[in-house]
Design a protein around this ligand. Structure first.
Ligand code: F6R
Length: 260
């Protein structure tokens, strides 16, 4: 795991966007895993800007959603497919039918979850998976207690997560209780995991994920078991990291031949 500590949220977004840009420029038919929520938004804006400047194309890429609410009508603005279309996919040259997400509008959610994992395999796996982290340590919507090997399935949101996400809805009551999320095992199949977290509210979950024990009680701690992880945090989110000086020294002294 490599931890990159940046001066602010803009610099963190630059690092994340840079990783995605390198993937799109160097890989034939890349598969990009997309988180929603506020954490990756600044990096998505940078990717859109690079595309509009004629510097970046998504034409050969596929994109896959990390998770989706259950119970919102198709096209609901807070649905994650709509969110990603609005903030990224519809603003770049991604082929529309190459944006994939779990089918949460079917009567057979269990089968849809199995089908989604199969689809990820058929695409050849995810090259770069962008992740945020919840205040309770979730990635995707794998809430505390999630099996570290879990596959895509239905999860029930904690009251903490529903309260955190109420800001996107008119009221807490409108926040769905259920989601379909890639499991921790599914996420771990991606070749490169890139977690971005900014602000003091993320300091405790980042500390638990990066330096705490590997435990289902902090689902993001599963990152410690993955061979290629980049955690990008601003100063505020890095505030509780005991080894911050080492992370800074490592990144500052990175040889030019060593990529993130
Ligand atoms: C979103 C997702 C979640 C969020 C997390 C942080 O697709 O999977 O894990 O990344 O809840 O959300 P924000 O970035 O809004 O703080």
């Amino acid at each position: 795991m490599e931890v990159v500590i940046t001066v602010d949220e803009g610099a963190a977004a630059r690092v994340v966007a840079g990783i995605v840009e390198r993937l799109l420029r160097t890989t034939d038919q890349p598969v990009l895993g997309l988180a929603t929520g506020s954490s990756p938004l600044a990096s998505y804006r940078m990717l859109v800007e690079a595309h509009l400047a004629g510097e970046l194309s998504f034409a050969g890429a596929s994109a896959v959603l990390l998770d989706e609410y259950v119970g919102l009508p198709p096209g609901h603005p807070q649905g994650y497919r709509a969110f990603i279309r609005h903030h990224l996919a519809d603003r770049v040259d991604l082929v529309p039918d190459r944006l994939h997400g779990p089918d949460v509008w079917t009567d057979d959610l269990a089968a849809a979850c199995v089908a989604y994992d199969r689809l990820l395999d058929e695409l050849g796996g995810v090259d770069v998976q962008v992740l945020g982290i919840g205040s309770d340590g979730h990635i995707g919507f794998n809430e505390p207690g999630s099996s570290l090997r879990s596959r895509t399935r239905v999860k029930t949101l904690t009251s903490t997560t529903r309260a955190d996400n109420a800001r996107f809805f008119g009221s807490l009551d409108e926040v769905p209780r259920h989601v379909v999320t890639q499991g921790l095992g599914t996420i771990s199949d991606a070749r490169h995991l890139v977690l971005v977290a900014c602000g003091s509210g993320k300091a405790a979950p980042v500390e638990a994920a990066v330096e705490g024990p590997v435990t289902a009680s902090c689902p993001a701690s599963v990152l410690q078991l993955h061979p290629h992880v980049t955690v990008v945090v601003d100063e505020a989110a890095a505030a509780k990291l005991a080894n911050a000086a080492y992370y800074r020294e490592t990144y500052a002294g990175k040889p030019s031949w060593q990529e993130l």
